[in-house]
Design a protein around this ligand. Sequence first.
Ligand code: FEO
Length: 510
Amino acid sequence: MTIHVKNNIHWVGQRDWEVQDFHGTEYKMTKGTSYNSYLIREEKTVLIDTVDHRFSHQFIQNLEMEVNLEEIDYIVINHAEEDHSGALSDLMARIPNTPIYCTENAVDSIVGHHHHPEWNFQVVKTGDSLDIGNGKQLIFIEAPMLHWPDSMMTYLTGDAVLFSNDAFGQHYCDERLFNDEVDQNELMDQCLRYYSNILTPFSGLVTAKIHEVLSFNVPVDMIATSHGIVWRDNPTQIIHQYLEWADNYQEDRITIFYDTMSNNTRMMADAIAQGIHDVDPSVAVKVFNVSRQDKNDILASVFRSKGILVGSSTMNNVMMPKVAGMLEEITGLRFKNKKAGAFGSYGWNGGAVDRIHSRLTDAGFETTLGLKAKWKPDGKMMLKCREHGRMIAKQWTLKALPLAEASAPVSNLQVSKQSTVECFDAAPVQNAEPSVASQPTIGSVATSEALSPTDTQKMLCTVCNWVYDPAIGEVNQGIDIGTCWSDVPESFLCPECGLGKDVFEPVKGA
Ligand code: FEO
């Protein structure tokens, strides 16, 4: 199958609806992908890139239905990674003397993958051109690290099409080829997912390369990427979007991610999230369990965030392994201009929170107060977590908060300073933006009107001894903090043993 792109340009690539993994299993593809190859037929016939090696046979079969392979005068390989040069071995077996235009680094990689140093490589640099007849030329633009050291783009004069390879692409599969034909939300989600998970470390290079391309002052009528759609409607929109993403991008968003052994750190995460929302309802708070949710979704959310909160139970005096893996990946992505904090519950020793804090600091985040809770958070601890969230919201706010929001009490329950909670100043906040409201002291939450004993009555599960505390609620069953027992629905089930309300009785003296 081929698709007409423009004038004498046709798409001759391959759809891959079922692929789920890229870079081993490090990048999950949720919408498939495509491997875009283009055939240009002017006085000379040119093939731009090939497809993933798994589709070599199908690619050449399709290509032969479109053109006599012997008529291909030039092959341009913009990038040697196997998803683009993978079909070269089979193709060159059919047309072995065809010149391959690529960067010097690409020769190294192509030979390393395909083991044919005798192929007719033609090394090009930025500004080199190739006349393909009918008054048109291909102009080559090196683009190292977008996405590999060998990458380049190719610009076709006359038609004003930029073959950008990985840059401006996305892992997105649709039978429709052009950006104006597909679901715009899906498209931009996949563009952001691709940029945040793959290109973030090279943001400085992205900015420099885009300005270099813009300095050529040539028209760009289409951007033909190597994955996903071709940008033909307002094609420079993705260039401007990349410039924005490359410039220490952040939204009014906080990402919380954690792993949890006994649900305790999860309880902290939920309460912290609620505390942030108490003070700053406009901030988007997103909470993820790293052991259950998609890693690339979490990283994309981190990319969009002004700050992150990372939680882990302490296991063998260190953090849980999936959290450690996430921190390693975040370090490699080299996020800039973001704040961070650590939290977690522990039993015998709380080493995880200290280690997370250190790792976040080493990764370049502006770290703030951490928060530890010993064992399962009780009502007082949950209030402290919520108060911690309130403090974070104030510290990290991007705007002046309404006074009422900034100073409103979390709850009407008094918090004792004699708590199992350990709050620590793991490091001073560096260059923190001034808080618009005085910061609360954890463990000294303000009080307001008192609740009646009925409102605060804790209830004991007589089967497993789990305690329902109105000050905590039961977030997993949608029961908000502050819900008294009489308002808990009859459908409620004990989260420990699964039995209903009828096995509960009041906790004496509570
Ligand atoms: Fe699409 Fe860098 O490969």
